[in-house]
Design a protein around this ligand. Structure first.
Ligand code: AP5
Length: 219
């Protein structure tokens, strides 16, 4: 079962992917996380990507697609993919079709989580992340048990450098121009499901798990 998670920054894609993959044979692939890893390791690709990510712009298609292709190739054969943050452009959507068709594992569904700008700003500016465990928190919506520290790894939580209001506004603009149009791409293919990303986490989680289990039965 291969699923794409679409939606504006802060809609909850990463949070929901984390919940969905628990107990399921699913590989969560976030191109944002892959890029941050490359940047942290100061690889050639990471150094090239850094200036785009920090400004809230899209990293060029060929760089991100290369990263994704490597990750897909390295994945165990029977694992489903939960793609978060890719595709973000029409060219990436087409590359993804090509990549998945080459390995004989086409996309089963595209989930579109929507949310408005005010909510997105509140969510992103309050987000705190644990770099090693990958856990995502929010200072009020999903606080850790001990303020400032990850429940799982105990490491200090950080705020992403691109999680400030100015960059969020830029990321939203980029999203509306480049990524929103591919919602139609998946609607035309008949595999799009829309969900209200503004809903309470618990309701959304329940709805998503039901959706996912239904899809898994069909595939
Ligand atoms: P990326 O890391 O993918 O960022 P994004 O798409 O902007 O998404 P976010 O991670 O900000 O949000 P999310 O939807 O995962 O929200 P989350 O679950 O954390 O990309 C970063 C950058 O990398 C891009 O700007 C670009 O430069 C580059 N890049 C990445 N992929 C690329 C590509 N394919 N092509 C080109 N460039 C690329 O939730 C946010 C907060 O809200 C959290 O604190 C969470 O606890 C809280 N929350 C979540 N859901 C709920 C809820 N239902 N109720 C209450 N609180 C909630």
């Amino acid at each position: 079962m291969n699923i794409v998670l679409l939606g504006p920054p802060g809609a909850g894609k990463g949070t929901l992917a984390g919940l969905l993959k628990d107990g399921r044979d699913l590989l969560h692939i976030s191109t944002g996380d892959l890029l941050r890893e490359e940047m942290q390791q100061q690889t050639e690709l990471g150094l090239e990507a850094k200036s785009y990510v920090e400004k809230g712009e899209l990293v060029p298609d060929d760089l991100v697609t290369k990263l994704l292709a490597n990750k897909l190739k390295a994945a165990p054969e029977k694992t489903g993919y939960l793609l978060d943050g890719y595709p973000r452009t029409r060219a990436q959507a087409e590359s993804l079709d090509t990549l998945l068709n080459q390995i004989g594992r086409p996309l089963g569904a595209a989930l579109y989580l929507d949310a408005d700008l005010d909510l997105i700003i509140r969510r992103i500016t309050g987000r705190r992340v644990a770099p090693k465990s990958g856990r995502v928190y929010h200072i009020t919506n999903r606080p850790p048990k001990r303020e400032g520290y990850c429940d799982e790894s105990g490491e200090p939580l950080i705020q992403r450098p691109d999680d400030n209001e100015e960059t969020v506004r830029k990321r939203m603009k980029v999203y509306l121009e480049n990524t929103l149009p591919i919602v139609q791409y998946y609607e035309d293919k008949g595999i799009l499901t829309k969900m209200n990303g503004a809903k309470d986490s618990e309701d959304l989680e329940k709805e998503l798990i039901e959706f996912f289990d239904e899809q898994a039965k069909l595939n």
